[in-house]
Write a protein that binds this ligand. Structure first.
Ligand SMILES: C[S@@+](CC[C@H](N)C(=O)[O-])C[C@H]1O[C@@H](n2cnc3c(N)ncnc32)[C@H](O)[C@@H]1O
Length: 222
């Protein structure tokens, strides 16, 4: 555990994990170029200097999927939301090296950031890849996917917008199926019908090494 950055309790971001020199440099000198305010409504048109579909990746880790999304979809405005500083540092370094200009970063807890920063119906897509599994039953309340969070995503998505979710934990896949299934604003579609190219992420690689099956889920905002 590390040093908490003091904010309102629900927004507390824990600085944990050891930073490499490059990650530290990324956080100090590159993140300010990409960061958006985390406790105010986002002015997307001004932030990105254009109007474009808004995509949000939640818990991007070291940014494998976010970087790919940005490079393959330069006509989208993308936000990455992450709480883990080493991941954020690594991701912004890659964004800068690749001179990616259609991504902004929110170093924040997704629940509070999305509720505060996004207008209702503003997002076209949310991506959540390999959320922390919290496999023990008594820890299930710590999982990102919760009834209230899914209701929040529904509110912030435009009609026809989608949530893409991937997990290598069978129990998490069942859990999210039940929670999304219980929200009438979402319709599940076959992931194969909404296929898109996604490189293997860092945590996916770990799941594959452990012999886990990868579950891909897609939910459409009706
Ligand atoms: C298991 S990792 C997966 C990272 C990456 N998506 C991948 O596939 O390699 C889950 C990530 O979600 C982040 N995370 C967990 N809870 C979060 C929250 N409430 N808001 C934003 N990020 C969160 C963690 O810090 C971690 O980097």
């Amino acid at each position: 555990m590390g040093r908490p950055v003091r904010r309102r309790p629900e927004e507390r971001v824990l600085i944990r994990g050891r930073l490499t020199t490059a990650q530290k440099r990324g956080l100090e000198s590159i993140l300010p170029l990409y960061a958006v305010p985390i406790d105010a409504p986002l002015d997307a048109a001004a932030t990105f200097a254009r109007r474009a579909p808004l995509g949000v990746e939640i818990g991007f880790g070291t940014g494998d999927a976010l970087v790919q999304w940005a490079m393959e979809n330069p006509d989208w405005n993308l936000l990455g939301v992450e709480v883990y500083p080493p991941g954020i540092g690594a991701a912004v370094n890659r964004l800068a090296e690749l001179t990616i200009s259609n991504v902004r970063i929110a170093p924040a807890r997704a629940e509070a950031f999305i509720a505060t920063a996004l207008a209702d119906g503003e997002a076209r897509e949310f991506r959540i890849f390999f959320p922390d599994p919290w496999p023990k039953k008594r820890h299930a309340k710590r999982r990102l996917i919760q009834v209230e969070f899914v209701a929040l995503l529904a509110r912030k998505l435009e009609s026809g917008g989608i949530v893409r979710l991937a997990t290598d934990w069978d129990a998490y896949a069942e859990w999210s199926t039940v929670i999304f299934g219980g929200n009438a604003a979402f319709r599940s579609v076959e992931a194969a019908d909404a296929a898109f190219a996604r490189n293997v992420t860092r945590f996916e690689r770990r799941g594959l090494r452990l012999g886990h099956r990868i579950h891909e889920q897609v939910y459409v905002r009706v």
